[in-house]
Write a protein of this length. Structure first.
Length: 229
């Protein structure tokens, strides 16, 4: 409506300049009225469309379970599995969870949650991610097997995410890899930040082995599971 008010002094003159006739003032008056009606009609239609988009976005944000969204920051607990991310040197193998999530959510920054066991992998991970244009920010969790220690140390992740100043809806926190205490700690971080968690599932064959390229990402609001407001 504000834009419509700004356009009203201009648009009628444009209508007259384009379609008017100096010798027919009555026609010019009609054109001015039509110009005002056109401006207000367009303003109302734009307002309706914008409100519908905002409502749709709000409804989607309130849904507890959604498809895997894009993210600017991806938080990845790094498991002790060798070569969790190899994009620079492509291999003929099914992607690991970090590779799958980076390919699907296209983050600009990965926050790697490391333990003393996985800390030596930091430099290789940073190099591999950099080859794909992704920045790497490591955070060390001293004890990923103690729920109390993991939750206390998760404040490091929370502080880093706040320092990055990225909107919560552009942060995705993986709870697939790492220990159970680390998963709980990451859910806590997501709940406090207002971000979404993601769990990656995969099909298995009759021998219990993962079926290559069958991963699926399941994003969810951790507050829908914990019952927190």
């Amino acid at each position: 409506m504000f834009i419509a008010v700004l356009l009203i002094p201009v648009v009628p003159d444009l209508f007259v300049d384009w379609l008017g006739d100096p010798g027919r003032p009555q026609r010019n008056g009609v054109l001015r009225v039509l110009a005002v009606i056109t401006v207000f009609t367009l303003a109302v239609l734009v307002g309706i469309a914008r409100n519908a988009w905002v409502r749709h976005r709000g409804e989607r944000a309130r849904r507890p379970f959604t498809p895997l969204p894009a993210a600017d920051v991806l938080v990845l607990p790094i498991s002790a599995r060798s070569d969790p991310y190899l994009r620079k040197q492509r291999r003929d193998r099914a992607p690991e969870v970090p590779e799958f999530l980076c390919a699907e959510s296209t983050p600009k920054t990965v926050v790697g949650v490391l333990t003393p066991r996985t800390a030596p992998m930091a430099d290789d991970l940073a190099a591999e991610l950099a080859a794909d244009g992704i920045a790497f920010q490591p955070v060390l969790i001293d004890d990923a097997h103690s729920p109390v220690a993991a939750v206390e140390d998760s404040n490091k992740v929370l502080d880093l995410l706040r320092a990055l100043n990225v909107p919560a809806d552009r942060v995705l926190i993986d709870v697939t890899g790492g220990s159970v205490p680390l998963t709980l700690a990451m859910m806590r971080v997501a709940a406090l930040l207002g971000a979404r968690c993601v769990y990656v599932s995969a099909d298995v064959d009759s021998d219990g082995r993962r079926v290559p390229y069958s991963q699926r990402g399941h994003a969810f609001d951790p507050r829908a599971i914990t019952g927190a407001a």
